[in-house]
Write a protein that binds this ligand. Structure first.
Ligand SMILES: *[C@@H]1O[C@H](CO)[C@@H](O)[C@H](O)[C@H]1NC(C)=O
Ligand SMILES: *[C@@H]1O[C@H](CO)[C@@H](O)[C@H](O)[C@H]1NC(C)=O
Ligand SMILES: *[C@@H]1O[C@H](CO)[C@@H](O)[C@H](O)[C@H]1NC(C)=O
Ligand SMILES: *[C@@H]1O[C@H](CO)[C@@H](O)[C@H](O)[C@H]1NC(C)=O
Ligand SMILES: *[C@@H]1O[C@H](CO)[C@@H](O)[C@H](O)[C@H]1NC(C)=O
Ligand SMILES: *[C@@H]1O[C@H](CO)[C@@H](O)[C@H](O)[C@H]1NC(C)=O
Length: 683
């Protein structure tokens, strides 16, 4: 593979320690042997047994722990994606430090003795917002993503010019851990089938990484996928899970690559979840039995995922018909979301041990978890009351609604405001055509909650109010479609809203900078306490409350030396499998049902226990403080039982066990579960 690089190192071999411990860069090679149907590492046949870990889903604080656990399972490589939007949140604004320090992550893998399979994008899928593509690409509304659209290529070119030079020194042949680099991802499953685009990527990858780099593609094990996804010069690999006919799957790889190593780039250890769908699991025996077969074939395999981790903040993606993925990306993987060793971990390790040398020595234990207990929250301000802090630069006026991208607010929330053009003393239909609200809108008139519009689910809502009353829609982006044709997923009000038959106009649009507002405690802890009182009249006959911020604090107990420890946050009353009897207790225990939660300004993600299956959110210990109280901030969007005059305080609870597999009794309840439960309660 190419000619050896520089020679100077050869001149000073004595300075470099034991011969076994070093190889200078020019001797390190990683290539495909078409003669021997395998990879060659430094000229020797080599097979990788790899696991996926996405550094973007695990806090930097825990990278080393997770990598070490992977190493101790007998893996010799780690596979990661690089999510472009994680590193370039706005055009030309790059982030490569802290949790975004991909070079540090790769160095850690290297120090651990793990090789790296780098899936550099630009598109990654990954159940990640927009498949890793930055939303700002949609500023050109007609852009064709993942094609030779010149504006798309220009942005990709610029990004690769930033990312790939950072990766070059980390290539195996340059002394680093990266053995192979994936171009695009499952491109054959996309509709464009644009070989000029793949050729463009191939050229740019070689331009930045050199001719020696081993580039590859991955596609589903179906002929049609490999047809559009593979390209001469990019080594074609396949992905498939347990239970698939391995002979048949590799026969398909052989159609593209008659010789060379067999590679399953994504062997599924579990599967993904969606809000409102049952939690996915894959039985350990199914994983180990197929893994044993794959290894017996001599195939190279990457276990997807080995640790799934967490979609913190707003990073989850969605599938179509629109279904957003939850905050947890546990994936039923061998290491749990919180990095815990599972039965699957040890079973997988036992299989690997039959084929490869597994390191001796202790496996780092699961980290201890601590139940800090209940935290009382008080209502601080409604979103409407906090607009000056949430939107310091002021609103944008527009005759018709603008999308999130048009107001350059890519994640979270935008508030759309207009006035009722006429009296609606009788219930009047506020409607969004199919797909008009992306993704949920919390509707109020003169601060009286009216209900929720939801993409593809609730398209019409009856509202009441007087002419000139303020109509507010707080619109939430629940994550952009990450897979398939429709990942150009615009957010906000993407079409006009109508009141009966009239198009609503003259909008005042507030892009909300929620993260900074939360960091500033929304302008202070209560202050004049106005929020509380103003909020207290904001009741209506509906069971909704106005979207509002709630805050509380808790201290780490002193005198316990191992603290702080990881924990899980839950919203009490929602953890149970619901029986009819438990339903009786429901109205008492319901505190909050859907929103976003932060601790000390760290955005832990979306909670939605009412829809499930996820009930608790992972709280890594490194965000907790021992020197001062920890602040919990909750933005509850729909319904908080503690609002206004209620006697019950709002409560969240920090527990020591995760629940991500709640039974979805909610979906099977009558259409008005709260009314129903309340009725039972009276009985
Ligand atoms: C697996 O696929 C191969 C090749 O298509 C086929 O010959 C074989 O019968 C299949 N095995 C099973 C169990 O279906
Ligand atoms: C809205 O109100 C009208 C008239 O009261 C009623 O017929 C209709 O079913 C309501 N629609 C919704 C979506 O509640
Ligand atoms: C809203 O309606 C107006 C007038 O029919 C139209 O020009 C405009 O494009 C529509 N806007 C959206 C976002 O659909
Ligand atoms: C929208 O605003 C314009 C300019 O202020 C005004 O002329 C028009 O009457 C308004 N339309 C509605 C429906 O309020
Ligand atoms: C933290 O919570 C305690 C108890 O609820 C309260 O007395 C205290 O004022 C809170 N601290 C802050 C900074 O709000
Ligand atoms: C959820 O997972 C836990 C832990 O694996 C298990 O004990 C429990 O039975 C599961 N619950 C449901 C409803 O599947």
């Amino acid at each position: 593979m190419g000619t050896p690089g520089l020679v100077p190192l050869l001149l000073a071999p004595l300075l470099l320690g034991p011969a076994s411990a070093w190889r200078n860069a020019s001797q390190r090679t990683f290539e495909v042997s078409y003669g021997r149907d395998c990879f060659l590492k430094d000229g020797q046949p080599f097979r990788y047994v790899s696991g996926s870990m996405h550094y973007s889903r695990v806090p930097r604080f825990y990278w080393k722990d997770r990598l070490l656990k992977m190493k101790m399972a007998g893996l010799n490589a780690v596979q990661t994606y690089v999510p472009w939007n994680f590193h370039e949140p706005r055009p030309g604004q790059y982030q490569f430090s802290g949790d975004q320090d991909v070079e540090h992550f790769l160095q850690l893998a290297h120090e651990m003795g793990l090789l790296v399979i780098l899936r550099a994008g630009p598109y990654i899928c990954a159940e990640w917002d927009m498949g890793g593509l930055p939303a700002w690409l949609l500023e050109k509304e007609t852009i064709v993503l993942r094609s030779s659209d010149p504006d798309y290529l220009a942005a990709v070119d610029k990004w690769l010019g930033v990312l790939l030079p950072k990766m070059k020194p980390l290539l195996y042949q340059n002394g680093g851990p990266i053995i192979t680099v994936q171009v695009e991802n499952e491109y054959g499953s996309y509709f464009t089938c644009d070989f000029d685009y793949l050729r463009f990527l191939q050229k740019r990858f070689h331009y930045h990484l050199g001719d020696e780099v081993l580039l590859f593609t991955t596609d589903g094990a179906q002929e049609k996928y490999l047809q559009c996804g593979s390209l001469q010069g990019l080594y074609a690999t396949v992905d498939f899970g347990p239970g698939v006919n391995i002979t048949a799957a590799f026969l398909l790889q052989r159609k593209s690559e008659p010789r060379g190593p067999l590679v399953n780039s994504e062997f599924y250890t579990g599967w993904l979840d969606h809000w409102g769908h049952p939690h996915s699991t894959v039985k350990t025996e199914a994983v180990t039995s197929s893994l044993g077969d794959l290894l017996a074939w001599g195939a190279n395999v990457n276990l997807y995922m080995f640790i799934g981790g967490t979609n913190f903040a707003y990073w989850n993606g969605a599938n179509t018909p629109y279904a957003a993925q939850p905050t947890s990306y546990d994936y039923d993987a061998p290491l749990s979301e919180a990095g815990d060793l599972t039965e699957k971990y040890f079973a997988v390790r036992d299989i690997i041990r039959k084929f490869e040398k597994v390191p001796e020595g202790p496996i780092p234990p699961s980290t201890p978890k601590y139940a800090y207990g209940k935290v009382a929250l008080k209502k601080l301000k409604t979103v409407e009351e906090a607009l000056d802090i949430l939107c310091p630069s002021g609103p944008i006026k527009s005759l018709y609604p603008l999308t999130f991208v048009q107001v350059k607010q890519y994640f979270g929330f935008v508030l759309y405001r207009t006035t009722l053009p006429r009296d609606c003393s009788d219930p009047t239909a506020l409607s969004a055509p199919l797909g008009g609200v992306h993704d949920r809108a919390y509707v109020s008139v003169d601060r009286v909650p009216q209900g929720v519009l939801e993409r593809n689910k609730v398209l019409t809502l009856n509202i009441t109010g007087k002419a000139g009353a303020t109509l507010d829609l707080l619109v939430e982006n629940m994550g952009r479609v990450n897979y398939g044709r429709f990942n150009n997923d615009f957010k906000g009000l993407v079409s006009n809203l109508t009141l009966d038959c009239d198009i609503l106009t003259n909008w005042t649009i507030f892009p909300l900078n929620t993260e900074d507002a939360v960091l500033s405690h929304l302008g202070g802890w209560g202050g004049h306490g106005g929020g509380r009182h103003v909020g207290s009249y904001a009741h209506s006959s509906s069971s909704y409350t106005l979207p509002a911020f709630y805050v509380g604090n808790f201290s780490i107990p002193s005198g316990i030396p191992q603290l702080p420890q990881d924990t899980f946050i839950q919203f009490p009353g929602w953890t149970k499998v619901w029986s009819a009897k438990q339903l009786l207790l429901l109205t008492e225990t319901v505190r909050s049902v859907q929103g976003q939660v932060w601790i000390n300004g760290f955005n832990l993600g979306r909670y939605w226990p009412a829809r499930g299956p996820q009930v608790t959110l992972f709280v890594p210990q490194h965000i907790l403080l021992t020197s001062s109280p920890n602040t919990v901030t909750v933005l509850e969007l729909e319904r908080a039982a503690c609002d206004g005059g209620s006697l019950a305080p709002c409560v969240v609870e920090l527990v020591d066990k995760p629940v991500i597999n709640a039974t979805l009794a909610f979906d099977r309840l009558p259409a008005q579960p709260f009314g129903h439960a309340a009725a039972l309660d009276q009985a």
